[in-house]
Design a binder for this molecule. Structure first.
Ligand SMILES: [Mn+2]
Length: 319
């Protein structure tokens, strides 16, 4: 696990030439309704993530997968938050693994797995920075709001609840994963790309005050404008921000292999622009790609797109 010695680049302001990117796969398949996202980490490795990142000039270390319990071996228990005990258990492990990467000044690249894993990733970043008296911001790219709680969920699927948990709402075992509650202040969090919101989520969005940029804002003002505002929100008074990227935020025409596809999403180019802005801000603390489902994909093209998007997030430019 401990990989190599510090190369002197890790003082928070990571010099690009010295940056090391650490991949953690999380083959989580307990939080969604459609099976297959547990193969997401394999799909992105097969699509050549390591070679691509090394080719871009960053150091790359693959730390393997965080162990996840299989749905076949578990009982869902609570129908309002299916498998939540097992999910929280895995997220606790992920929180610690993310903390260890940050200790070594390694940039965390987390690959899911369904989106419930974000509770562990954000808990890791939030706790690490809270120990240093710092806050973190959060940009959540998604077709859905992921703002359900066990009280509002229509499905009982925990992958519809992680943003609420990061903002201090819902299931205690997720909400309390970090040393700081909420993990992220709603004033430093925003949602981009949403187009399918449940009634209970609408209420919680309004109650928490989390900023929302729906597809309408992207259509009307463009991704450049939306990301400029999102970065202001996520970096105001914070050490930087985490980008939790659900591939289903893209239009299924561009990314068909996702857990819960919804039409009318952002284009491939808009998604690249989002990640280019994230990189250019110099404040990206962690990046997470979730909900890649090879079962529903076409010859792994969604994972191949995810690799290209990660490169944009790490600062790759067209020229
Ligand atoms: Mn999601």
């Amino acid at each position: 696990m401990e990989s190599g010695e510090d190369n002197g680049g890790g003082d928070g302001s990571i010099v690009k030439a010295h940056r090391r990117v650490g991949l953690l796969g999380v083959p989580m398949d307990l939080g969604g309704g459609l099976r297959g996202v547990d193969m997401g980490p394999s799909a992105i490795r097969i699509a050549g993530i390591g070679k691509a990142i090394a080719g871009h000039g960053d150091g790359f270390v693959d730390f393997g997968n965080v162990p996840v319990l299989r749905p076949e071996t578990r009982v869902p228990r609570d129908p309002r938050a299916r498998f939540v005990g097992s999910i929280a258990h895995c997220c606790e492990r992920l929180r610690k693994r993310v903390g260890r990467l940050l200790d070594e000044s390694i940039f965390p690249l987390i690959v899911g797995g369904d989106h419930s894993i974000a509770c562990g990733t954000v808990a890791g970043l939030s706790s690490w920075h809270a120990d240093r008296g710092e806050k973190v911001g959060l940009i959540w790219f998604d077709a859905h709001a992921d703002m359900n709680t066990p009280a509002t969920t229509p499905s009982g699927n925990v992958h519809g609840m992680p943003l609420a948990a990061c903002l201090g709402q819902g299931e205690d075992r997720l909400v309390n994963l970090a040393t700081r509650v909420p993990m992220v202040d709603p004033a430093n969090a925003c949602l981009i790309g949403i187009r399918e919101v449940d009634p209970g989520e609408r209420e919680l969005i309004s109650k928490t005050g989390v900023h929302v940029f729906t597809m309408r804002e992207i259509d009307m003002h463009g991704m450049h404008h939306v990301m400029s505002k999102a970065l202001d929100i996520a970096t105001q008074g914070t050490a930087g921000f985490h980008l939790s990227f659900d591939l289903d935020g893209l239009d299924p025409g561009a990314a068909p292999g996702v857990g819960t596809p919804v039409g009318g999403g952002v284009t491939q180019r808009e998604a690249h622009l989002l990640l280019e802005h994230a990189a250019a801000s110099g404040k990206l603390l962690g990046l997470e790609m979730t909900e890649i489902n090879p079962i529903l994909d076409e010859s792994n093209r969604t994972a191949e797109l995810a690799v290209q998007l990660v490169l944009s997030g790490l600062g790759k430019r067209i020229v």
